[in-house]
Design a protein around this ligand. Structure first.
Ligand code: KIV
Length: 259
């Protein structure tokens, strides 16, 4: 199988074939998911939570993103690889551009994901002009979340609904090539599917999106988060992992007696 291109991802949308996406932070998992045939692998700044054990994504540095993006992108041969621009890089227009160029040029990633912000919207066009493809992230934006109450579904009120729709259209017009919608209501997704040409990848945003993304450790059932409510528990892997690892521990405990 050839490397997945942006064109292929856009084609999957046109052909109504779901775009499969998962996060990875290291070479071994990245290779495993690449071999399994995921269309997209994201080096998410969720690494702050699942790798570093932080409460949120806020303290992930550009240096850490580059380290993990190199580990992943060096071994992936087929999947399309996207990396998050961390919160620390988004303090100014200028820093978004210079840090994105650094992240893109020091790794083998194919695209950068930036959480949408009306103040920094012009950067999508600037990065596009520099031939750095951008995915924009709308709805629940973890880098902006300050309170637990902000972990909710976005777009239920008329005001929020039109704001998400307006921003998604604007992002597409400025050159965003993929939209990631996190925790966005089904009605908004339905509307956006009619209005946008670019693919919508969802997480907690219902089954109508063009593709789905999941945090790998959530799917494996080993993250600090609860298993996502929106995913059928049949896909959870931790029972198998747990029982085989327990079997291994038992085996090692008994070894000295047996040999
Ligand atoms: O950082 C991350 O893992 C994300 C998720 C929404 C997939 O952005």
């Amino acid at each position: 199988m050839h490397k997945v291109s942006l064109k292929k991802i856009h084609d999957l949308k046109k052909r109504h074939i779901g775009i499969t996406s998962i996060t990875a932070y290291d070479a071994s998992f990245a290779k495993f998911f690449d071999d399994l045939g995921f269309d997209i692998i994201l080096i998410g700044d969720s690494l702050g939570e699942v790798i570093k054990g932080d409460k949120n994504t806020h303290n992930v540095s550009l240096k850490e993103m580059i380290y993990h993006a190199q580990s992943v992108s060096n071994v992936v041969n087929k999947s399309y690889v996207i990396a998050d621009l961390p919160k620390e890089s988004c303090s100014s227009h200028r820093k978004i551009i210079s840090d994105s160029v650094k992240l893109f040029n020091t790794t083998r990633i194919d695209m950068i994901k930036i959480e949408f912000n009306t103040k920094n919207i012009g950067t999508i066009k600037r990065l596009n002009d520099k031939k750095i493809p951008i995915c924009t992230h709308l709805g629940l934006r973890p880098q902006c979340v300050k309170r637990k109450s902000e972990f909710r579904i976005y777009g239920k009120s008329k005001k929020e609904r039109s704001e998400i729709i307006r921003n998604a259209i604007l992002a597409e017009q400025l050159g965003a090539k993929i939209i990631l919608l996190e925790c966005v209501s089904n009605n908004v997704v339905k509307e956006l599917k009619k209005l946008l040409k670019i693919p919508i990848i969802g997480i907690g945003s219902g089954e109508m999106c063009d593709g789905q993304i999941i945090v790998s450790y959530d799917l494996l059932g080993i993250s600090f988060n609860k298993f996502p409510k929106s995913i059928n528990r049949d896909y959870m892997c931790n029972d198998i992992l747990e029982s085989n690892i327990k079997k291994y521990i038992k085996y090692v405990k008994k070894l000295p007696n047996e040999c």
